[in-house]
Design a binder for this molecule. Structure first.
Ligand code: SF4
Length: 64
């Protein structure tokens, strides 16, 4: 089973933390909300610590 990461865009407040901290995985979509455009772009630990753990609305999740 491949583990991937998803942003719940309905909850994202576009603060930019994930995009700034892990730009190889997250970017802003055309609607201004973050998206995980390359879930394999950084190690899982980095995604967890630099994005998931610090998202102020906890809208980034792993999906297996
Ligand atoms: S850290 Fe969370 S709220 Fe901020 S841009 Fe990323 S997904 Fe959106």
């Amino acid at each position: 089973m491949i583990k991937t990461v998803l942003v719940d865009q309905d909850m994202c407040i576009s603060c930019g933390l994930c995009v700034t901290n892990v730009p190889d995985v997250f970017r802003f979509a055309d609607d201004g909300k973050a998206e995980a455009y390359d879930p394999a772009g950084a190690p899982e630990d980095t995604i967890q610590q630099e994005a998931i753990d610090i998202c102020p609305v906890s809208c980034i999740h792993w999906q297996e």
